[in-house]
Each structure stands twice: as C-alpha cells, then as structure tokens.
Design a binder for this molecule. Structure first.
Ligand code: FE2
Length: 235
C-alpha cells in the first residue's frame, strides 16, 4: 500500500492560499502557526471504503422529489469521471453534491433571504462510483445568490462537491461553476485560486453529448483526487 500513502505535491498556484482576505471564511479558519506534517500510516491510507450498496440508487436525481414531482428550473445533467493524478479511475468514491434552487436559495434553516423555496427541491444528492470512476447527476441549474454584508456581491451559480475516495487521504471539498457566467470573474472564491489553468478545472464544460435532447442540458466536470493535477479545493 506504499503507493497509496504518499501523493505528489500540488502544482504551484493550483490551490487557493489558506488565507484569501476577500473570502471572509478563510480569516477564521486559516492557520496562524507553522504547520506540522503528520507522518502517514496505513490508517490514513486504507479506509473507510464505500460501495454502491451504501447509497440508494435514486439519490443521483435531485430534480425529482420524493412524491415524483419535478423541481422548478433548467433541467441539466452533470456528468464526469473521477480519477487519481495518473488518470486511473477512482472506483468506490462517494461523491455528494449540494446546491441552491433555481431562485438561488438553499433549503436550509440558515438561508432566510427573500427568494422562494421549491417544495420539490432539497438540493442534495450523492452516488458512489463504479469501476470506471464515472458519476452522473440529474439536477437543475442553481441561481446566483447575494452574499450578506457585502456591497452587491453575488455568488455565481455553483454546485458544492464533496469527494471521499478509498481513504481519509482522498477527501476533497470543492465547488464547480458554469462556463461563461459573468459572475465567475467577480467570485472571490474562484478567483482566489492563483493559476488560470487551475481555476478552469472548477468550470464545467457545456457538453450536449451528456444532456438529453429536448429534455435537459449537459455539463461535464472531470475531477482529479490529489496530486499535481488535482482539482482545486475551495470551501
Ligand atoms: Fe453555495
């Protein structure tokens, strides 16, 4: 298991700095003391392990409510492959997504702003990848939402992503964005990643081949867990 314990370093500028002053959350969570590199052991590299039996099959579809009603908004598929840094498919990876509804509001007690809730949309889904590392969600395009205590700052439409690979070392939290949205250029979180090539890894590609003709748009986002080509992690 030695190969699984050590990962190559991230490329320079490919991850956001711990402290991004325009991104307020980083002020309280960024470390203010020198970091200590923990020795890695088999404990970090060998568990836990998820299987496709751990998640109900219908959780891939966020657009359909428990009563069979369809959520409001632009239907879309989000499709891609999860690989390691050498392009090998990551089987048995738990991928969870959560997002605002089409009006830009989360179905969460903390989100009390004056946009409508959708009774047919909880905004959360999850699947576990098979041997080919492939995942696919059906959902609706989320709306933008304003950030409290900022002057006219809106988060661009985005989908939050959590990945949990075969070990504690392959955990990732990030967000993905929509191509061509003007709010992407104003986003403190996305623009906090120094290198453009790394920012592009968080922008989905419009791809009709993963949509359904006459029914739903398709977007592709391939994800790389760890290593020099890793998908950037933003909270
Ligand atoms: Fe969000």
């Amino acid at each position: 298991m030695t190969d699984d314990i050590e990962y190559r370093d991230y490329a320079k500028g490919a991850q956001p700095p711990y402290l991004t002053p325009n991104y307020k959350s980083t002020k309280v969570r960024s470390p203010n003391k020198p970091q200590y590199k923990l020795p890695r052991t088999l404990t970090e590299a060998t568990g836990p392990v998820f299987t496709q039996d751990d998640v109900p099959a219908d959780e891939w579809d966020l657009s359909t409510s428990a009563t069979g009603e369809t959520a409001l908004g632009q239907l879309m598929f989000m499709d891609g492959v999860i690989t390691d840094e050498d392009g090998r498919p990551m089987a048995n990876t738990l991928i969870e997504i959560w997002q605002a509804n089409a009006a830009g509001r989360y179905a969460h007690a903390v989100d009390t702003r004056d946009a409508p809730l959708d009774p047919n949309f909880t905004g959360a889904g999850r699947i576990v990848t098979g041997e080919d590392g492939h995942y696919r969600f059906k959902t609706i395009r989320p709306g933008a939402y304003p950030v409290p205590n900022y002057e006219n700052y809106w988060r661009p439409p985005h989908i939050h992503i959590s990945l949990f690979g075969r070990s504690f070392m392959s955990r990732m939290i990030t967000q993905c964005y929509f191509p061509g949205d003007p709010l992407n250029d104003e986003c403190h979180i996305l623009q906090g990643i120094p290198e453009a090539v790394a920012r592009d890894r968080l922008v989905m590609k419009f791809d009709p081949s993963v949509g359904v003709n006459g029914h739903a748009l398709g977007y592709r986002l391939d994800l790389v867990l760890r290593g020099r080509r890793a998908t950037p992690m933003v909270g």
